[in-house]
Design a protein around this ligand. Structure first.
Ligand code: HSO
Ligand code: ZN
Length: 446
């Protein structure tokens, strides 16, 4: 590859009016993940960590991350030197923290819900934090203090007692100071210096130095996701996860009022995440000139990026779909159910009502996804792969469970009892009927 004369970096192009329903369906699909192969590779790793604990964790970290650790865990309080940052970085993290904290704290309704469904029959609901949570912060091609914020803040707001952050160590066996600083701010008790399936196994089953957690959250590669699924399906692990995860994705809807430079910059911000990033642009009756401007901006901006080699792979796998109106655009977007949706359209906020499926929405020219990725307040751990149809992104409720309660008075039981007895009879469950009957008998003979 000659860096002086690079090939044009461009997305594939289709017109909705020219493709058949099979093609439309294939455009809605994500690349198939060969989960059997991955499961087969992950299973022995998970079993090893489960059986051999820290020793296996240290061994896999040496093998995969090429780091020889003495102990896989650092415990709070973390040393100030290990989380020392320059002022500009620290202020940026602090501002992001404050916004994310504000938005997630507002999501927490601490009141008890009380409803008297019938006189003397009072039902209530209250929430409690999940006690111990494991937060996975990927390593890979970028360091991610932002993901530490996005997982740690809702866990802290919810009141989780033990927060353990897992992240692959750097080559010298330390954690990135930015990640450690955030771990400190959210009150994490431990940082597990491991990544991949081995980190997930340690959190799910516990080791000598890693406490077993109740829920594991956070994005990760296919091995991390497979290990989360394995643990979730193993009743002896007794663990839940946030959601299944696939490669990050973005769908942009743009019309002729959009600013080509902005549209291209947003598409590229997603495309630089990884070679498997999914990027879709829906053009709403774009003029040929407007479309050409967007395409030129994509190529020019991409060519200047330090991660141009990643973008060179992800952009050609992505596509532009030209449609005739906003209705068609919205229909496609809802069917695709993107992780991120950006509206580069006239009167963008008017279209928010029409959104049925999306992880997070960015409304109008001045709302780049980057703001949500880092610092505006919304979470960036979002459902991918079409799971935005039925999953929400990570939020404060992710770290809470709801407990219901009821209290019946004597009169309440008297009034409801016959209904319960009849239903128990219908189900042939005599002991159920009797639990009401013994009481009603007393009440009626009072
Ligand atoms: N867009 C990513 C999150 C992220 N971006 C982290 C930058 N750092 C997935 O939502
Ligand atoms: Zn991002």
């Amino acid at each position: 590859k000659d860096k002086q004369i690079p090939d044009t970096i461009k997305m594939q192009k289709f017109k909705l009016s020219e493709i058949d329903s099979r093609k439309r369906k294939s455009l809605l699909k994500r690349p198939i993940i060969k989960s059997d192969d991955i499961m087969a590779r992950v299973r022995p790793i998970v079993n090893d960590v489960r059986n051999k604990g820290d020793a296996a964790l240290i061994e896999y970290t040496a093998k995969f991350d090429k780091v020889q650790l003495n102990t896989p865990v650092i415990s709070a309080p973390f040393s100030p030197e290990a989380m020392a940052l320059d002022d500009v970085t620290r202020c940026a993290i602090d501002q992001a923290y404050d916004n994310i904290y504000k938005f997630h704290d507002a999501q927490y309704d601490r009141s008890t819900l009380v409803v008297e469904t019938m006189p003397g029959v009072v039902c209530s609901r209250f929430s409690r934090p999940i006690e111990r949570v494991g937060l996975y912060v990927p390593g890979g091609t970028a360091i991610l203090p932002s993901t530490t914020l996005m997982l740690g803040i809702p866990a802290k707001v919810a009141g989780c007692k033990e927060i353990i952050i897992a992240s692959p160590p750097r080559k010298d066996g330390t954690v990135v100071p930015e990640v450690l600083y955030v771990a400190h701010k959210v009150g994490a008790s431990k940082v597990l210096l491991a990544g991949g399936a081995q980190a997930i196994a340690a959190l799910a089953y516990g080791t000598e130095s890693v406490p077993k957690v109740d829920k594991i959250c956070g994005p990760g590669n296919q091995y991390v996701t497979a290990a989360k699924m394995l643990a979730q399906n193993d009743s002896s692990a007794m663990i839940s996860i946030d959601m299944p995860a696939g490669p990050s994705e973005l769908l942009v809807i743009a019309d002729n009022s959009s600013i080509p430079k902005y549209v291209a910059s947003d598409l590229l911000s997603q495309a630089e995440h990884g070679t498997d990033s999914q990027v879709v642009l829906i053009g709403v009756s774009l003029t040929p000139e407007h479309l050409a401007n967007i395409e030129r901006e994509i190529h020019e901006q991409a060519s200047r990026l330090p991660r141009v080699d990643i973008v060179r792979e992800s952009i050609p796998k992505s596509f532009i779909l030209q449609v005739n109106n906003m209705k068609e655009a919205m229909k496609f977007s809802n069917d695709y159910s993107p992780e991120h949706l950006i509206l580069h359209i006239d009167e963008a906020e008017k279209w928010v009502d029409a959104i049925e499926n999306a992880g997070s929405v960015f409304v109008g020219a001045y709302s780049p996804e980057s703001c949500g990725d880092y610092a505006s307040g919304t979470n960036h751990t979002l459902p991918t792969y079409g799971y935005a149809r039925m999953y929400s992104g990570v939020n404060t409720l992710t770290f809470l469970k709801h407990i219901t309660a009821q209290k019946l008075t004597k009169q309440g039981l008297k009034d409801l009892g016959h209904t319960v007895m009849r239903l128990a009879e219908v189900e042939g469950l005599e002991a159920h009927r009797n639990a009401v009957h013994v009481r009603i008998h007393d009440i009626e003979n009072d």
